[in-house]
Design a protein around this ligand. Sequence first.
Ligand code: FE2
Ligand code: FE2
Length: 395
Amino acid sequence: MIDTAKLTSMLPAKMRSRLDGWFEALEILVEVRDPRVLRSLGPSGVKGLILQRAKQGYPTKTRARHETHFDWTYPADNPEMRALYTRAKAGQWNSDSALDWSTSVDPYDPARPLLPEGFLDFDALAARGPKLDARERARLIHSLTSWMLSQFLHGEQGALFAAAQVTEAVQFYDGKLYGATQVMDEGRHVEVFHRYLDEKLCKLYQVNDNLFVIIDALMADSRWDMKFLGMQIMVEGLALGAFGTLYRQTAEPLLKELLKYVIRDEARHVHYGVLALREHFRELSDSERREREDWAFEVALLMRNRFLALEVYEEWFEGIMTRQAWKSFVTETPGMAQFRQTMFSRLVPNLREIGLVSQRIVPRYQKAGLAKYMNGLAADRIDAATMIADLDRAA
Ligand SMILES: [Fe+2]
Ligand SMILES: [Fe+2]
């Protein structure tokens, strides 16, 4: 571990934070132990973490290298995927009429808070320096909610393109039909998250560097199953957990309703991911399967350890407290800890179900504190209605 605090402590605060950010990027790349995983994430890591290409204010272009798979015989090749396609057609919704966009949203209304005040431990924050009054606390909650929803939005843009690529590339004909509905779903998700941020919260954050790295690497990967594993199982699986936490905690009615609709769609997406990959991974060689198993574990850790709202820190506290102090605050604060808990309780059972948690890797899950989620239900066993009912019960 590099002692960045010692190296940079003599510098002015702003420059110190910037340098600490670069050291962090180096640490992330050094942390990845498997050379094949590093090869797959490395180029996007340099592009995202060091060059911060997504934050320069112009579009990102990423070259895709997958193959398009045609089948001119149109086989009925997967009844479960076909059933999902039928359900997905019936489950389409129109974002203009399904949601009441006339709802007026006041992020500072104590009667309908975006997140409960207990979501952040303000005493723990004060102990690290910043002491906020009631108004500032509400503003910080507004920033944090906007940051989370912005990351959901950026993730949805990735999901939209990944769904389109995977629809071209999979070998299942029934899967392609289903995939077309997912492309529509993801387009709608981009629309509703962007509209909510733009019209109601009036705030949009840039894409988090770590999320950018994962999305960019998946877009470029030539293997459809890696795109699928990355987007459908990891990014969307984790997002589904995050949506659930937010759905349960928010008292803002439009956001709650919006999340309920999105969760219903996402439950289908993750279900499809489990079906397609379980099938496909059975046909891989041992070495190919091991590579995916390692990749999934490393990416899960990256997302757990690195999704720390540093963009909010840079806006609010750069020069007031150190990045290190912010990171420990975010890691420990109750709302974010609950986020991680829900996210991994959804993700790990899905990884198990598709065959990516063999005895070989279990000790690493145990060491990372993730083994406790191993016995949960996978997405093909939970439907959206049950998921929403569970969340309502827990609220
Ligand atoms: Fe989505
Ligand atoms: Fe999705």
